[in-house]
Structures are given as structure tokens and as C-alpha cells.
Write a protein that binds this ligand. Structure first.
Ligand code: FAD
Length: 321
């Protein structure tokens, strides 16, 4: 029986959605494989491990250690490597998040093995598993196949649907003691710049503001719209450069890549570098006063108008629904 490891990722005491999506991805890679989750952190990991089982993991290894309170590639690397050595899996799946992007290439190099990154779909063609990933900033897709040996796979958040949560599912949770050698990187404090609300890279609704929003205060109505829609606020680099918002909100080639169900681009022209971070969103709505703006070329719905008139009307309308 083959075995796939899923490296789960937590934040503020709960697992991130992409961890459950990674379990679904592992099932898509090999429906009959044993799926073993790894949950890391400082303490109290059982509840997170249980959630992973409800979402499809067969069993979970938890590693609680004070040096794992915050992510460092050294600390997490050592801990995950111990589990890989113990379990000898056939493959390892993780989210294509900042942590996944940092950890998996390092581990793959250490183990002298491969990595298929930023996978948005897993397809089967006969016996062959094909990993679909965007290339050229999302303008095309390629299919990769793994021909040999252990390989890491990272999946882009919000693309592979998690399985139904099933509280009837059971599985072993093993607390593993791991020696974590001295870590040279010491995290003194974590300062969260982005909104405390919905996580931008996992949000199903994103309201992104551009230079057309004109000021930091202008972003207030975007937050209001995000609130009524249960979404997160993002931005173009134009808006970040103009200091209307923090760079942690930047979406695009040099920012975050998002794939929400609904992306509302507000006062954003649609530069190619911005499209690279959002063009795979399921439904794109653009609000721009320039009918020639490039963003309308990829939008499913376009509103030509002044955002300061359109957004308040939209908020009012949505509130009455
Ligand atoms: P603008 O292009 O200035 O567009 C503003 C828009 O607002 C216009 O279309 C205007 O019609 C509209 N507008 C103005 N007032 C209103 C109003 N009242 N109501 C409605 N609409 C209004 N950009 C990114 O976004 N992400 C990246 O990751 C990124 N990476 C880059 C990497 C490199 C190497 C380079 C060279 C550039 C990168 N850029 C990136 C920058 C990118 O090229 C654009 O400059 C940037 O996206 C423009 O931001 P914008 O659309 O907000 O501003």
C-alpha cells in the first residue's frame, strides 16, 4: 500500500484550509494510499490533528516543541525530516503557501528528490497522474508527471476542493518526540500587518484596490465591502507603492497569488504583472472609470464608473439581500 504524507499548516491554533485541501490532493494522487498528516507547533495539537482526520487523513503524527512555535525552515525542516525518515512515504503534499514555498524545496534538495510546485489540479489519465500547474504567469498551463521516486507536491490554495468534513472518521494520533537542534534563526515577535480577518490567500472573496482608490482612507469602503461579503482586501502594487496600504496585500507577479470564487478589482488598470496573481479567479468583476482599461479584457462582469459612487451602492444593495 502506498503512503502519502501531508504537511499541515496551522495559524492561531487552527489548521489553515489549504491543509485540508492537501489531504484531498493526496487522495486525488492515490485514492487507496494511506494518508498520514504531520501537525507541528508548540503545544495542544490534538484538536488540529483530529480535524485533519475529519477531512480525510488516516492517521496523524503531531510534533509539539517550543522551538516549533513559529515557523523556521531549520526547525520545521528537522522535525518533518524525522517523520519522513520514519515513515518512508511515496510522496509528500503541502500547501503552496509562503511556508510551503520555503520548506519543500529545502527538504527536496536535502533528500535529493523532486518537487512539483504550485499545482492547481490533479488529473488521472489511465494509470498516469498528471499535475497541472500554471506557467508564464498564468497564461498557460503545463502537465507534469512524476516518473520516479519520492516527490514533493505543493498545491495552490483554493484550487483543489477539500473533502467533506466527517466527524465519524477515526484515525490514530501519535505524539512524536523530536530533538530539535539549535535554530540559528530566532523569531522574537510576529507582527501581523494584514487585516486580522479573512486570510487573503485563502479567501473565497477578494476585493482588491488599485491606484484609482486614491488614498489610504479610500480603502475604507473596500474593507466595508469585504465585510458585507465576508471577504478579504487585496491591492495592486500601484496602491502599495502609493502607500495606500501595506505590501502584504499586494497581489500579482511579485505579490500573492489568489484564486477566489469572486475577485472584485476596484480602480485597477489590469497590468500583466497584476493579472499574474489573480487571473485564475473563478469570477472576476472590474470596476473602473476607464472603459478601455485592460482589466475589462479578463473580467466576467465590468462596471464602468467611479468607484466612489459604485461601491457604496453595491454595499447598500448587498446589505438588503
Ligand atoms: P494604474 O495602472 O495607475 O491604474 C489605476 C486605475 O484606476 C486606472 O485604470 C484608472 O482608470 C482607474 N481609476 C482611477 N480613478 C478611478 C475611480 N474614481 N473609479 C474607478 N476607477 C478609477 N503590479 C501588481 O499589481 N502586482 C505585482 O505583483 C506587480 N509586480 C510587478 C513586477 C515588476 C517587475 C514590474 C515592472 C511591475 C510590477 N507591477 C505589479 C506593477 C504593474 O506593472 C502596474 O504598475 C500596477 O499593477 C498598476 O497598479 P494599478 O492598476 O493600481 O494603477
Amino acid at each position: 500500500m502506498s503512503k502519502l504524507l501531508v504537511i499541515a499548516e496551522g495559524r492561531d491554533g487552527a489548521l489553515r484550509n489549504v491543509s485540508f485541501e492537501a489531504v484531498a490532493a493526496a487522495k486525488a494522487i492515490h485514492a487507496d494510499a494511506e494518508i498520514v498528516g504531520i501537525v507541528l507547533g508548540k503545544e495542544n495539537l490534538e484538536e488540529q490533528a483530529q480535524e485533519l482526520i475529519y477531512y480525510g487523513a488516516d492517521r496523524v503524527v503531531t510534533i509539539a516543541h517550543e522551538k516549533l512555535e513559529n515557523y523556521t525552515s531549520e526547525g520545521y525542516g528537522q522535525a518533518v525530516l524525522t517523520v519522513i525518515n520514519d515513515e518512508s512515504p511515496d510522496g509528500i503534499v503541502m500547501g503552496h503557501t509562503s511556508i510551503g514555498k520555503d520548506l519543500t524545496p529545502k527538504l527536496a534538495t536535502k533528500l535529493d528528490t523532486g518537487l512539483v510546485s504550485d499545482v492547481v489540479a490533479i488529473e488521472t489519465n489511465g494509470d498516469r497522474v498528471e499535475y497541472v500547474r500554471p506557467i508564464y504567469s498564468g497564461k498557460a498551463f503545463e502537465k507534469k508527471i512524476i516518473t520516479d521516486g519520492l516527490t514533493f507536491v505543493t498545491i495552490r490554495p483554493n484550487n483543489i476542493a477539500k473533502l467533506e468534513r466527517d466527524e465519524a472518521r477515526t484515525g490514530d494520533i501519535t505524539a512524536k518526540e523530536v530533538e530539535v537542534a539549535d535554530i540559528r534563526t530566532v523569531i522574537k515577535d510576529v507582527v501581523r500587518k494584514a487585516s486580522e480577518g479573512v486570510d487573503l490567500s485563502e479567501a473565497s472573496v477578494v476585493i482588491a484596490g488599485g491606484r484609482g482608490v486614491k488614498s489610504a482612507e479610500g480603502f475604507d469602503i473596500l474593507y466595508e465591502l469585504a465585510d458585507v461579503l465576508g471577504g478579504a482586501v487585496g491591492a495592486s502594487r500601484g496602491a502599495c507603492d502609493a502607500e495606500y496600504c501595506d505590501y502584504s496585500l499586494q497581489i500579482g507577479q511579485t505579490g500573492k497569488v489568489v484564486t477566489p470564487d469572486l475577485y472584485i478589482a476596484v480602480g485597477i488598470s489590469g497590468a500583466i504583472q497584476h493579472l499574474a496573481g489573480m487571473s485564475n479567479s473563478k469570477v472576476i468583476v472590474a470596476i473602473n472609470k476607464d472603459p478601455e482599461a485592460n482589466i475589462f479584457n479578463i473580467a466576467d462582469y465590468g462596471i464602468v464608473g467611479d468607484l466612489f459612487e459604485v461601491i457604496p451602492l453595491l454595499i447598500e444593495e448587498i446589505k438588503t439581500v
